[in-house]
Design a protein around this ligand. Sequence first.
Ligand code: FE2
Length: 335
Amino acid sequence: MVIPHEDLKKARLLLEAEFGFRRYATFNADYPSVEVMSSHGVRIWLARQPVPNDLPNPEFELLVPPLQPSFVFKKLSAHGGSDSREGRVGQMLYRDLIPGRQGGRFIASHITLSKDEPVKDSVHFHRIRFQMIYGLKGWVRVAYEDEGPEFVMEEGDCVLQPPEIRHQVIDRSPDGAEVIEFCSPAAHWTFYDYDLRLPNSADKLPRDFSGQRFIHHKAAEARWRPWRLRGFESRDLGIKDGSGAMAHAHVVRRSDRFQPAHFSHNGEILFMFVLKGELTLHCEKHPLERFAAAESIVVPGGIRYALVESSNDLEFLEVALPGDLEITRHEGFGS
Ligand SMILES: [Fe+2]
């Protein structure tokens, strides 16, 4: 039974409070359009009105849409206001970093955890192909299935959440917190696990989740190495290693003077998010574009692009799929 409702959250809260229903599944985490509620073996589908014509399939499958590559950039909103929307957990606001989502294959969100309200997350998991989270501001306390005690993820730390690992956000820094989340596919199911309490193990247990394993990269312990463009250095967030080369992710920072060079890649996506400072990007067939902190870029495969200017304090996150994509340097700098 599908019940359309203008206010999905209100309808869900009513079913929970008055009729003892619990959330079985949510689609999608960044802006729920469907909530599947369950009680005594009965499932009710609540769908945001107007009912989307691409209602997710009732078998709760993982569907990865074909890639529609395009050059995309996302600036901070010019009027200074927020373009964030409330996500699956009310205390978390999602800002979409890849409008169009490359045909639905990728989503990246700048998520703000409210300082005004405590986090009310429960144990849940996602039916996904790839998911990583990078700590941008403040800290979040999290727990992961079979990964030992709960821990605090600090600024600059990163986790690889392998498919269907149970997890829970427990708390955030008193002033609120911000994280970057990168997932494939963009639209996917979240399920709730009411039988598991986290943390569930005193020690880390060796686990494989669809060929991937949990990774917790700590910025404080990271080693910086020369990056592909001289004058920059990077730290490897461990994503390629943990994901079976599904993706790679690095933080890159300016370390010296540099000479611009054009690069291109042969992968599905190369995503950049400016963490600090400013950069100017030249992308083939596009005018020069300047980017500041919290702004992001998608460079599709086969397009030549170059970092032509950067502030001395530039630092950015780079995520690319697949993890072993080839990045080619092109000699001669021009358009
Ligand atoms: Fe989650």
